[in-house]
Design a protein. Structure first.
Length: 144
């Protein structure tokens, strides 16, 4: 039997139903977290309260290529504050505090500047090529 009760952003699931490999009969409380941006599976996740921002991103399938890991945005909806976390430094072995998630948090993995720049150059190249093609079509019609 599987049941989820949502109260104020918390869900309660019988521990025997949680896929931990340990069968116990007491409920464990989960926190509701939204993970958006450049992650493989954005959405709403229910995580154990001992989870941090990196755990939440991992639950969403991890970052996509082009993600800015040095500027992860953590919005604490309950407190109205915004934090920026440098997960990239943590991954590279630096000592960085990765905050624990709280119910109602929204984590946004932003696009890196380089990825934005490459996208803009690509768009400009397509636009320029299209203008050149249109010019060539008009030029050949007026000549022919």
């Amino acid at each position: 039997m599987y049941w989820i009760l949502i109260i104020l952003g918390l869900s309660v699931t019988p521990q025997s139903e949680v896929n931990t490999g340990i069968k116990q009969n007491y409920p464990e409380v989960f926190v509701k977290v939204r993970v958006w941006g450049l992650v493989r599976t954005p959405g709403i996740y229910y995580l154990p309260p001992s989870s941090n921002v990196l755990d939440a991103i991992s639950s969403a399938g991890g970052p996509k290529s082009g993600a800015n890991l040095s500027n992860i945005k953590l919005i604490r909806a309950n407190r109205g504050e915004i934090l920026y976390i440098n997960v990239g430094k943590y991954i590279n072995g630096k000592n960085v505090d990765i905050p624990y998630v709280q119910s109602g948090d929204m984590i946004y993995v932003q696009q890196s500047f380089l990825d934005k720049f490459i996208g803009a150059v690509r768009t400009l190249a397509i636009f320029t090529g299209s203008i050149g093609l249109i010019y060539q079509i008009i030029y050949t019609k007026t000549k022919g």
